[in-house]
Design a protein around this ligand. Structure first.
Ligand SMILES: Cc1cc2nc3c(=O)[nH]c(=O)nc-3n(C[C@H](O)[C@H](O)[C@H](O)COP(=O)(O)O)c2cc1C
Length: 365
């Protein structure tokens, strides 16, 4: 019988499924629900030292539906990080760890470009008992106006500096969460790992404009007649997330063996999760999938991943982590391989009267 249990950066998880930072991990109440339902871990909604600076608007979500008009395939949000005071969050982190001591609780943190701010938030969250950190360098809207979030994540030099501050202060494992809104995601990931981060989480949302309303001519989600570009998530981003995870995992293998990757982006089933693990992820995270289907989603995800493992005879996640990375190569190499395969097929083909002589010559080469 295969097992989903895994240990990542010293964190013991009953399964590799974590709630990704966002509404499904936004207070003690919902985090407890996630743990009761069986999620291996929760990355809480991103917190900062001064929540009074975080002001959300409404509506802040926009959806893209499939042709049937029902299924949601793409989801845009212009939601900020948590607007709840840090003092309340610290009490809730402590309550969570008291109630679920064997589950993994990761604090997602974001701060301004000041060493003392990052050190303070790390020390206060550690004192509240969290098991690890995810550094949110990736929110594409709102916070970049304060030089936070993806404004930092797009700049490997700033990332190096901030990650060094964090690593000097943190006693718990640290994952740096990447923005996909860059040309080469390996660059910021490499900067974070070179500064000592234990792992990378990828991806956050993709900067987007979900739609323009053809009656009002206003782009959505419309707030008092206006909007601002937001972050795109859900199924539609999965192929981009898979590509970026493949690139990061390849870089980790070559340059930072032993460091870890938490795959995120459009994951809604055990089969989606299996693909991220095959491309080198140690864990996977789900946000919009839970917004769409509820916390119970964990049951089918676990069953599907176990069924996949049974089918292939894999006993542990380690047995197939990164197994599909070897099948990526350059386009020029694909052309060469195909040319060779065709030549071989011609040579080894059945004897035909029209090509009999050519076939007999080919066999003697
Ligand atoms: C409504 C909403 C709010 C989010 N808030 C945060 C956040 O506070 N911090 C963060 O790191 N990521 C946040 N995210 C990004 C998710 O954690 C995740 O990286 C992204 O949505 C892609 O995964 P998914 O397709 O499973 O949603 C948010 C996503 C959504 C949809």
């Amino acid at each position: 019988m295969p097992t989903l249990a895994t240990t990542v950066d010293g964190l013991k998880l009953p399964n590799p499924f974590l709630i990704a930072s966002g509404p499904p991990g936004t207070n003690f109440n919902v985090i407890s629900r996630a743990f009761r339902e069986g999620w291996g871990g929760v990355v809480a909604k991103t917190v900062s030292l001064d929540a009074s600076k975080v002001i959300n608007v409404s509506p802040r979500y926009g959806k893209l539906h499939a042709a049937d008009g029902r299924e949601v395939v793409g989801w845009e949000n212009i939601e900020l990080i948590s607007d709840r005071p840090l003092e309340i969050w610290l009490e809730e982190f402590k309550k969570c760890k008291d109630a679920f001591p064997d589950r993994i609780l990761i604090a997602s943190i974001m701060e301004e470009y000041r060493r003392d701010a990052w050190v303070e938030i790390i020390e206060r969250c550690e004192a509240a008992g969290v098991d690890g950190f995810e550094l949110n360098f990736s929110c594409p809207h709102g916070l970049p106006e304060r030089k936070m979030g993806s404004a930092m994540g797009e700049n490997p030099d700033i990332l190096s500096e901030v990650c060094s501050w964090v690593m000097a202060a943190a006693k718990k494992p640290v994952w740096a969460k990447m923005t996909p809104n860059v040309t080469h995601i390996e660059s910021p990931a490499r900067a974070s790992l070179a500064s000592g981060c234990h792992g990378i989480s990828a991806i956050n949302t993709i900067r987007s404009v979900i739609a323009v309303n053809l009656d009002t001519l206003r782009p959505e989600p419309t707030v008092e007649g206006y909007t601002t570009p937001g972050g795109y998530s859900s199924k539609a981003i999965r192929p981009i997330a898979l590509r970026m995870c493949m690139e990061i995992a390849t870089m980790i293998r070559n340059e930072f063996p032993g460091r870890t990757l938490s795959g995120i982006g459009g994951i809604e089933s055990g089969h989606d999760a299996a693909q991220f693990i095959l491309l080198g992820s140690d864990t996977v995270q789900v946000c919009t999938g839970v917004l769409k289907h509820g916390y119970e989603l964990i049951h089918s995800m676990k069953e599907e991943l176990l069924a996949f493992m049974e089918k292939h005879g894999f006993e542990t996640l380690e047995d197939f982590k990164g197994k599909s990375l070897q099948y990526f190569t350059t386009h020029a190499e694909l052309v060469r391989l195909q040319r060779e395969a065709k030549k071989k097929a011609e040579t080894d083909g059945d004897w035909k009267s029209e090509t009999f002589v050519a076939q007999s010559h080919a066999l003697s080469r």
